[in-house]
Design a protein around this ligand. Structure first.
Ligand code: FAD
Length: 411
């Protein structure tokens, strides 16, 4: 047998591989010089890293995107079926502003890719009194001209008889927002990145050699070294593993359980477009979309902190019981319907639940990006653009640097 050279062997073994997404000649040309390095290496092909890499590539840079398990993989925080795109953000107006832009951008990308990612379900926030978040959201919506409706309790009961609304006196409906397909979105971004000449590798990355305050390269799990001028680490809940001294204590990774309940046969009351995305009682959920089940995401306390590499993805008996109790209380017709699917995930919460976009304090060409804090997916399409501009010195929103700075403190 003719011995394979190292690069050919790694590709054949799948250790270092492109996504095999129909790479065109431009990609092949770039790949042949890959070991020589790119201008920019992005580590992490979740919502934050994937979009950052795509925007950088669209700006004309030579970019390599590397992920240990692949875009939107089952361990990533961006994995799974779906994520909410909501505008309700209380006084944190920047995120409402970004959501309005994000909605337009998601629609434009759907048109570009010929793929459905967004379901405009509308979003219903339910409470038994005007909370600070809803009061502040109303002010922001009025200021920004976001369309919404405060639904009177008697109208609510008439519109949504399939929900238990006994103790609900406040309902705010935002028609423009909805649901994004999560894993599919990440894969679509990575495909677009490759089609536009980006270089994708599957490997685990560790920091490589330094020269003073400059990181010279990263080392892949295959032994290959990849050099670049700039490195963006968008590693989601893995950031404390990559940068233990910088990130430990600054990012919390609580386990989250997501339930999909079957709807009764032939019953369309819980299915898009007949039911909106909703939030109530520290939980939220989505209508049944594409037959995947009615999604319920409760919050269980106290939070269980987990390791994204090793946590089991099967529901515990306790989670199963609590999920069913929640669904049965709020959606009585689903009380005896089977659980048709579930997802286990972890959040990556920053101390103040703002995103983190931070130049590494010791390595001048390294950026740390993450802290999606349970609301990052929808903003990938905005934060990716923001990060891309910042890392190449074209920041057009300098007022946001302090908001997204890595902060110390307690959770
Ligand atoms: C249950 C749940 C519900 C949520 N609901 C919503 C919602 O409704 N709406 C919303 O907008 N957001 C929501 N979020 C938050 C949102 O999903 C996240 O904030 C966002 O997806 C984070 O993306 P990320 O790219 O930072 O991280 P990730 O998606 O985790 O991506 C990080 C990537 O880095 C890779 N990586 C890490 N370390 C390395 C390494 N050393 N080498 C190579 N690769 C590496 C990983 O494999 C991974 O693919 C939710 C989160 C959870 C858990």
């Amino acid at each position: 047998m003719t011995p394979l050279d190292r690069r050919t062997f790694l590709q054949a073994a799948g250790g270092v591989g492109a996504l095999a997404l129909g790479a065109g000649p431009a990609i092949a040309r770039q790949r042949s010089g890959a070991s020589g390095g790119a201008e920019i290496v992005v580590i992490g092909a979740g919502a934050f890293g994937g979009w950052t890499a795509l925007y950088l590539r669209e700006m004309g840079h030579t970019v390599t995107l590397i992920d240990q398990y692949g875009p939107g993989n089952a361990r990533a925080t961006s994995g799974g079926e779906s994520r909410q795109i909501r505008a309700v953000y209380g006084e944190r107006e920047i995120y409402t502003r970004w959501v309005l832009k994000a909605l337009d951008r998601w629609k434009a990308r759907e048109a570009e890719w010929g793929k459905r990612i967004l379901y405009q379900t509308g979003q219903l926030s339910l409470a038994n009194e005007w909370t600070k978040e809803l009061t502040e959201t109303r002010k922001v919506f009025d200021r920004l001209g976001v369309k919404y409706e405060v639904v009177a309790p008697e109208d609510l009961v008439r519109q949504y008889p399939q929900m238990n609304l006994k103790n609900i006196s406040i309902a705010m409906y935002t028609p423009s927002t909805g649901v994004l397909k999560a894993r599919e979105g990440c894969v679509a971004v990575a495909q677009a990145f490759e089609k536009k000449g980006g270089h994708f590798l599957t490997a685990k990355v560790e920091l490589g050699g330094r020269s003073g305050s400059t990181l010279q390269d990263v080392v892949l799990s295959t032994g290959q070294r990849v050099g670049a001028q700039t490195f963006v680490f968008a590693c989601g809940p893995w950031l404390p593993k990559v940068f233990p001294s910088l990130m430990t204590g600054k990012l919390k990774t609580p386990r989250r359980a997501v339930f999909f309940y079957g709807t009764p046969p032939g019953d369309q009351r819980f299915t898009y477009p007949n039911f909106p995305t909703w939030s109530v009682d520290n939980a939220y959920g989505f209508p049944c979309i594409e037959g995947r089940g009615f999604k319920v995401v409760p919050t269980f306390n106290p939070p269980v902190l987990v390791d994204p590499d090793t946590q089991e993805h099967a529901l515990t008996p306790d989670e199963q019981r609590k999920g069913r109790e929640f669904a049965a209380k709020w959606f009585p017709a689903l009380a005896n319907q089977p659980l048709v699917d579930s997802r286990i995930c972890q959040r990556e919460d920053s101390i103040d639940e703002h995103f983190i976009v931070q130049a590494h304090p010791e390595l001048g060409n390294v950026w740390v990006v993450g802290g999606g804090s349970g609301h990052g997916y929808k903003h990938g399409i905005m934060i990716g653009d923001y990060v891309a501009r910042r890392v190449v010195g074209q920041d057009d929103q300098p007022e946001l640097a302090a908001t997204f700075a890595l902060k110390s403190g307690t959770f």
